[in-house]
Design a protein around this ligand. Structure first.
Ligand code: ADP
Ligand code: MG
Length: 543
């Protein structure tokens, strides 16, 4: 009888494993499929996607970050590409489609090299060299932009919104976005820092997108607590309180023994006096507006109203922080200690009915370090897309200021980078050279896709673009999508922050390298296993 071979099992039952080229193939295919899906949305002539969730709710957008985050993707490699889009969104706020398309193309080109027998570590090394070189070239061709240069900033903001359905209102929205960002920007010895958390974006359906407004202050989706209070206060002196105007509940279960009615009255009187003292402290400080993070009970409401103080309760903590930055007030916990120095200022505070709901506008603060944008639009979908447009515009404006540089869009910068990379590739030799060239080709997917979206012949356009860039003053020549021709994109006001491109190159190349290095996929159960898609479809992806 033959000896039974001992079998060593290290994976649990039901676990699945794909190795080597199969694993690489499956990952690359998934990433490519994802890139192919969002690719048609790129640029001003990009198409929109309609996403329908389990409940039948729909989102119509051409925003790459929104599309990939709303889509249910199961393939692990596709999820890694989605991370690229998310990082891009967090770091810059725009360029998400570009980042996903670029990652797909880098992987696609890597696949060709793999087929030629070039090892993935060589490709990864070449890509890393190319990415580094790209950053150097970007630094060199980027043009400076600063806080004073509002015209350029507006062009950058407007470029981020082309293709979004906000169309007509682009001019207005870019004005709003640039004013907001330059208002909250801080100059730290020549380095500009922008904390976008200091720009509150509120949506309110109704009106039109051109009614979108920058408020040099904060908007609260709240109302004045008591009908006897003023609805409008000019030259407001604002108290910000994060405690409650209510009778302190005892922490422990204390019992108060009351034996006759007069004691009860005395007890109530004392409570009322406590409340009145709190209100008196506010009055004494000179405040005429009280914004409170917690509740305000009926009795203090009554006294506040009598003192003609406008009060708002249950303001969100995050809004309190912004209010402090906008008005210069200090948030007070112990109301009894409040003084004149703690108060903030605003030219006007008013409650206004906006599209059927009361809202409180704290307007015209003096040099506020936090501001608000109230986004308007006729329907829910319009408001949402307008909000996404504002998000992109704020992101690119901040990114342009933070790195202080911008480049020409419409694929111009990608062609220029590809040209410089090819020169560089010639200088390095070895097999990495092939990878650097593959990286250059991958960059050109952006102008190529833009040309296709404009109905132009992609190959012819690339050839023209390359030869223009070889000539003098060719650096800004790109695809003028709106007129379906090749031209100077800076002259057409199509400008993008340099940071957007450097972030794309950084995250796309990092994700590509990570995916290329995987030669083994081990899934704990069959369910998590990305299937090798038959006939080039997308396996394991559910959408
Ligand atoms: P992303 O999610 O990557 O920002 P977009 O759909 O916003 O994708 O498209 C961005 C691309 O469109 C950029 O390459 C940008 O330069 C280009 N672009 C924007 N406006 C124009 C225009 N008017 N003409 C040509 N290209 C443009
Ligand atoms: Mg964009």
């Amino acid at each position: 009888m033959a000896q039974q071979q001992p079998q060593i099992i290290i994976l649990p039952e039901g676990a699945m494993r794909t190795q080597g080229r199969d694993a690489q193939g499956s990952n690359i295919m998934a990433a490519k499929a994802l890139a192919a899906m969002v690719r048609s949305t790129l640029g001003p002539r990009g198409m929109d996607k309609m996403l329908v969730d389990d409940l039948g709710d729909i989102v119509v957008t051409n925003d790459g970050a929104t599309i990939v985050s709303e889509m249910k993707v199961e393939h692990p490699a596709a999820k890694m590409v989605i991370e690229v889009a998310k990082t891009q969104d967090e770091e810059v706020g725009d360029g998400t489609t570009t980042a996903v398309v670029m990652t797909g193309e880098l992987l696609s080109n890597a696949e060709k090299l793999l087929e030629q027998g070039i090892h993935s570590t060589v490709i990864a090394r070449g890509y890393r060299m190319a990415a580094k070189k790209t950053q150097e070239v970007l630094e060199r061709i980027g043009k400076p932009v600063g806080l004073q240069d509002k015209a350029t900033l507006k062009k950058i903001a407007a470029t981020s919104m082309t293709g979004k359905s906000v169309g007509e209102s682009r001019e207005h929205l870019s004005e709003v976005a640039v004013s907001a960002v330059t208002q909250v920007a801080e100059d730290l010895n020549g380095r500009i820092s922008v904390d976008l958390d200091n720009i509150q974006v509120e949506k309110k359906q109704g009106g039109s997108v051109t009614d979108t407004e920058l408020i040099k202050g904060i908007v609260l989706d709240k109302e004045v607590v008591h009908p006897g209070m003023p609805k409008k206060v000019e030259n407001a002196r604002i108290a910000l309180v994060d405690g409650a105007f209510e009778v302190k509940k005892t922490e422990t279960d204390a019992q108060i023994q009351i034996t006759d009615p007069s004691q009860l009255q005395a007890f109530l009187d004392q409570e009322e006096k406590g409340m009145r003292d709190l209100v008196d402290a506010v009055v004494k400080s000179g405040a005429n507006v009280l914004l409170c993070q917690k509740g305000i009970e009926d009795i203090p409401q009554h006294y506040l109203a009598k003192a003609k103080i406008m009060a708002v309760k249950n303001v969100k903590e995050s809004d309190m922080k912004k209010l402090a930055k906008a008005t210069g007030a200090r948030v007070i916990t112990r109301v009894r200690d409040i003084s004149k120095e703690d108060l903030g200022n605003a030219k006007i505070i008013e409650e206004v009915k906006t599209a059927g709901d009361e809202m409180i506008y704290i307007r015209d603060c003096k040099n506020p370090k936090a501001v608000s944008i109230l986004v308007r639009g006729g329907t829910e979908h319009v408001v949402d897309e307008a909000e996404r447009s504002i998000h992109d515009a704020l992101g690119v404006t901040a990114a342009a200021l933070e790195q202080g540089k911008y480049v020409a869009g419409g694929g111009a910068v990608e062609i220029e980078l590809a040209k410089e990379l090819r020169k560089y590739a010639d200088s390095i030799g070895g097999r990495e050279q092939l990878a650097v060239n593959a990286f250059a080709d991958a960059l050109e997917v952006i102008p190529k896709t833009l040309a296709e979206s404009a109905g132009m012949d992609a190959i012819d356009t690339l050839v023209t673009l390359r030869s223009k860039h070889d000539g003098k003053d060719g650096v800004n020549i790109g695809v003028n999508v709106l007129e379906s021709k090749v031209g100077d994109m800076a002259a057409k006001n199509v400008l993008e922050p340099m940071k957007l491109k450097s972030q794309v190159v950084k995250s796309a190349s990092e994700a590509t390298e990570m995916i290329l290095r995987i030669d083994d996929i081990i899934a704990s159960s069959n369910k998590n296993m990305p299937a090798m898609p038959p006939g080039g479809g997308m396996g394991g992806m559910d959408y």
